[in-house]
Design a protein around this ligand. Structure first.
Ligand SMILES: [Zn+2]
Length: 376
């Protein structure tokens, strides 16, 4: 890298909240911790759950700072000062008494054993040791058992913050020992205010339509929203709807390939999973269909991995061409699925019997699509 090149701090780090009152959209959790911190009545284990990018890890770090802040003014305040050595070390990720483990990458029992060994000793500089276990649902069964043992007899002055985007995968035995706090998706209004603030600080401009587009794409995730703003502003500080649409309307190749694979193998359950994913992202449907058409064309031309009759693939390709139209049509995917059912039944594949003889098995969403086409 040339010496005069510098890497800008990413927005999600630059605009990360550093105290409770600036965490977005989680007022119910903030008010809970304000009381708990002032009265020094914290539980030894918390489970933070909710979708990604809504402030779970950020909140954990702020609480770790607040518990260990050494500012003389701290006594009656729930907020960390962000200036004392303890706060600074946590902000820099260099605190001895804060353990952050990403369970998605450290799934094994050895990782948990190592953590348990470390927390047996008294805190080095601080009043509390705080263990943040991100994506805790990814732990192996043995690692969960080890974690359960330490939660049954927790060492003094240790607080566990278990974080998950998929609470159903966390064993009940673990959940029952934690105070559970549900993080909500960020409201459109809060996201709009944040995006406007960031654009103002970065001396840029943005249209209302572009803000709406970013909000729809980020689906309640603050991190996704500011990452999109970061990406858009890298090239142009004036963000318009057109520029925004241009950058955000591409579906990944791998997802298109996967969808096509399910269409070819007629795996209705998987087809519906992807259908549900795209249902809320209608602006991506056009690029999805375009990409599938190109991939399928390549398969037909190269005759690679053909395990079905050519005529079925050609019919499928013709169907895709039919729907290769402007992305302004929000019903494309729904209509496409309806036509797909007809194609399946016409081409005498196993779905013929499924659809005609076992109607109860057709997923509800699929039925709605069929109903839709007849209502038009
Ligand atoms: Zn401090």
């Amino acid at each position: 890298m040339k010496q005069n090149q510098k890497i800008n701090q990413p927005f999600h780090s630059k605009y990360r909240p550093h105290n409770l009152n600036t965490v977005l959209g989680q007022d119910h959790i903030i008010s809970y911790f304000k009381v708990a911190l002032i009265n020094k009545r914290l539980n030894f284990a918390y489970l933070f759950f909710g979708k990604h990018g809504v402030g779970k890890t950020t909140m954990s770090r702020i609480i770790a700072k607040s518990l260990n802040c050494s500012s003389p003014n701290k006594l009656r305040s729930y907020e960390p000062c962000n200036r004392c050595i303890n706060c600074i070390n946590i902000n820099k990720g260099k605190a001895f008494d804060l353990y952050e483990i990403n369970a998605a990458m450290n799934t094994g029992i050895d990782n948990i054993r190592e953590l348990i060994e470390k927390i047996q000793l008294s805190p080095v500089n601080n009043a509390f040791k705080v263990c943040i276990l991100d994506e805790v649902h990814m732990l192996s069964p043995n690692a969960f058992n080890a974690l359960l043992k330490i939660l049954e007899e927790p060492p003094k002055n240790v607080i566990f913050m278990l974080i998950t985007t998929d609470v159903k995968r966390v064993p009940n035995t673990i959940i029952s020992r934690c105070h559970k706090l549900c993080f909500l998706p960020i409201t459109k209004k809060d996201l709009a205010i944040s995006i406007n603030n960031i654009i103002f600080f970065e001396k840029g401009n943005i249209t209302n339509n572009a803000i709406q587009h970013i909000i729809n794409t980020s689906e309640g995730s603050f991190r996704d929203a500011i990452n999109i703003v970061d990406m858009l502003m890298t090239k142009n500080k004036n963000i318009t709807q057109t520029y925004c649409s241009f950058l955000l309307t591409e579906t990944s190749y791998s997802l298109s390939y996967l969808f096509l694979k399910y269409l070819i193998s007629k795996d209705i359950r998987k087809i519906m999973q992807i259908y549900n994913y795209f249902e809320e992202k209608t602006w991506l449907v056009s690029s999805l269909i375009k990409q599938m058409k190109i991939i399928l064309q390549d398969i037909i031309n190269n005759k690679t991995n053909l395990f079905l009759t050519d005529s079925y693939l050609v019919h499928l390709w013709q169907l895709l061409i039919k729907y290769d139209i402007s992305f302004s049509c929000e019903e494309i995917l729904s209509l496409f699925i309806s036509d797909l059912i007809l194609l399946f039944s016409k081409t005498n594949f196993l779905l013929t019997s499924d659809i005609n003889l076992k109607k109860k098995k057709i997923p509800t969403m699929l039925k709605m699509s069929v109903v839709y086409i007849y209502q038009c």
